[in-house]
Design a protein around this ligand. Structure first.
Ligand code: SPV
Ligand code: MN
Length: 634
């Protein structure tokens, strides 16, 4: 047991912590944790410090204080609360986010929010000096992925926001007991967050001093003057950036992926998929497809365990986009969100005069006034630039425990993770990629599908929406070591894997000339079942220059079987024609992107992109601009 009484932080911690909190901290016998708490209490100067353990009493304390301090307000239904982030704090803030790295690495990481480490630390530490004055700091321990297995990582959060801790309580597994079992030497992630000075609505005032700085050498994240969960909740995207760095060092992967299982009830088969989609591109709704089972909707760790490709869901809950959650498109989530007695945090929705939450695309007419992310709101309210303020924000969210969902997969808590049989990459483009295409092999899937993934920007990050942006592996916002090396690690991950899962590329956003979506929202269920049956070698496919697509008759039958819908050959031909020019343009954009952002990208990958473009150019002579499904062979 370390002699904590002789530690330089003992006096300050004893002064600011109750005897019980101090006992809980020292009982873990973890000097690194003690020093972490001491160092940041000394710097941030909270009035008091509360140490949580895994008890329900402490979980209640967090909830109660979030309400008492006004960070959350009770809604009409029991257990439901609403939280508001500031008007300019409604999404992740890439402009304020930096990966702190050594000078030598900066030229290799220009597109990855780099900042020289010492300089960044000095800057943010200055902002943090005294930032918690007048407040209580909470120390909450959690565990990413189920404790007791190879995936688990301990996490220590210190914050002055009870909302942040309450969110972590819903989204992650409690970790005090995990820390008790952890040896003193074991690495864990650390996060310090402060919402900073608050206005009368309880929102961060000093947004000019908003910083989200990842120290990738010391595995610690310092986040100031913000509240939106993607900026404040340490275990979410901060931990993800740290985990990506760690996985790169240790030879595993941390991906921006859901984990779900497709159910073939007739055959009694459950097949696990992981899927990467940039924010707001259909990830949660794929993971939550009716009739299938969910394991996680946002972040997955992959490990090779005895030659098996296994994944663990890092989280224990969902921080999901609420826009368009309605009884038709997301029946399961909609039902859960309407159920009293579940502990759910709604954020940045409209609170109506009836004290119920309303959101965009809910399928219900909202009240004409209430409270929203702009404060008191009434229909027609305008912002400072004269633009109408919508009744709810398009990045409004819900936070709930996975365990509330009827469709949770029973394996979601397995410390050894689950065996992955298929990997999906989903982009968002209106005129290039087919609804589903299987790659011929893992490497080609990574280089031609995952690396060329693009998305139109969405409201999940602050900035202009609707701009086509490269999104390698849907992970660009979180990759924390040079991209070339990251691609190589993705390719090499399957070395030694006995059964390498096929890679499928999906796109739910193809449009016709009038801008209308060509596919229905529920059609993704058919694409996923097609992938499932391909994995089990039950279906043939047509060859394309980049992979395999479904045969019309198979889809017609599956649309009937699964959705009770007719699927016309005409629509099939339109959806699955191979768009040669669009693909050449897409690959060329990727090449320009890697030239600009990944000086360490191996020549071999450029050679693949170049030869693919040449091959496609050559096909134009034979086919024209489009290749009809079935017309191509190798
Ligand atoms: C995403 O935007 O990818 C999310 C929500 O999962 S956030 O926590 O903001 O990153
Ligand atoms: Mn995400």
């Amino acid at each position: 047991m370390p002699d904590f009484d002789k530690n330089r932080y003992a006096p300050i911690l004893k002064e600011k912590m109750s005897a019980e909190s101090y006992r809980k901290l020292t009982a873990l016998e973890n000097l690194k944790l003690f020093d972490f708490v001491g160092e940041y209490v000394e710097l941030c100067k909270p009035d008091s410090v509360y140490m949580c353990d895994d008890s329900d009493t402490d979980a209640e304390y967090l909830k109660r204080n979030a309400l008492k301090l006004g960070e959350e307000k009770k809604l009409a239904k029991e257990g439901h609360t609403v939280h508001y982030d500031g008007y300019e704090d409604q999404g992740r803030a890439p402009g304020a986010t930096k990966n702190l790295i050594s000078k030598e690495l900066i030229p290799l990481m220009e597109a990855l929010l780099p900042k020289e480490r010492e300089e960044g630390l000095a800057e943010v530490r200055q902002i943090m000096d005294g930032i918690m004055k007048g407040k209580e700091a909470i120390v909450k321990l959690s565990c990413e992925a189920p404790s007791g297995g190879p995936f688990a990582i301990g996490c220590a959060q210190m914050t002055d926001s009870f909302y942040v801790c309450h969110s972590e309580e819903l989204l992650y597994r409690r970790g005090y007991e995990h820390f008790r079992r952890m040896k003193d030497k074991e690495r864990f992630f650390r996060f310090v967050h402060s919402a900073g000075r608050l206005d009368e609505r309880g929102n961060s005032i000093d947004l000019d001093k908003r910083r989200i700085y990842q120290d990738l050498e010391d595995f610690i994240v310092l986040s100031t003057n913000n509240q939106y969960a993607g900026n404040s909740v340490g275990l979410k995207k901060h931990a993800m950036r740290l985990a990506i760095k760690l996985s790169g060092m240790e030879g595993w992967l941390c991906e921006h992926m859901f984990v779900m299982s497709v159910q073939d009830e007739k055959k009694g088969r459950s097949t696990i998929f992981c899927g990467a989609f940039p924010s707001a591109c259909g990830k949660t709704s794929t993971a939550m497809l009716p009739g299938e089972k969910i394991i996680g909707d946002d972040i997955a760790y992959f490990r090779n365990i005895d030659g098996e490709f296994r994944a663990a869901n890092v989280e224990n809950g969902i921080f999901g986009i609420i826009k368009d959650v309605n009884p038709d498109d997301d029946p399961l989530i909609f039902k859960t969100l309407q159920t009293p007695g579940k502990e759910i945090i709604f954020s940045n929705v409209l609170t109506g005069p009836d004290n119920n939450p309303y959101w965009l695309g809910m399928g219900i007419d909202p009240p004409k006034k209430g409270r929203n992310f702009s404060g008191e709101w009434h229909e027609g309210k305008k912002d400072a630039d004269g633009n109408q303020i919508p009744f709810a924000h398009s990045n409004a969210r819900y936070t709930l425990r996975l365990g509330y969902l009827e469709n949770i997969d029973s394996s979601y808590n397995d410390p050894n993770g689950v065996p992955v049989r298929g990997v999906v990459y989903g982009g968002r483009d209106s005129d290039t990629s087919a609804p589903i295409e299987e790659s011929p092999d893992w490497k080609s899937g990574i280089i031609l599908k995952a690396c060329t993934l693009e998305s139109e920007t969405t409201s999940a990050t602050i900035g202009k929406e609707g701009v086509l942006a490269p999104q390698p592996m849907a992970n660009l916002d979180f990759i924390s070591y040079p991209i070339g090396q990251y691609i190589t690690n993705n390719i090499r991950f399957v070395e030694g894997i006995k059964e390498v899962p096929p890679i499928f590329a999906v796109n739910y956003f193809l449009r016709d000339q009038n801008g209308r979506f060509l596919t229905g929202k529920i059609d993704k269920k058919v694409w996923m079942h097609w992938a499932e049956r391909r994995i089990h070698n039950e279906l043939d496919a047509h060859r394309t220059p980049l992979g395999y697509i479904p045969i019309y008759e198979d889809l017609r039958e599956m649309f009937r079987d699964i959705l009770d819908q007719e699927f016309s050959r005409e629509l099939y031909e339109e959806l699955f024609k191979f768009r040669i020019d669009a693909w050449i343009a897409k690959i060329s954009r990727a090449v320009r992107f890697y030239h600009r952002t990944a000086p360490d990208c191996p020549q071999e990958y450029y050679d693949t992109w170049k030869s693919t473009v040449e091959k496609l150019e050559g096909l134009k002579g034979r086919f024209g601009k489009f290749i009809a499904p079935g017309a191509y062979s190798e």
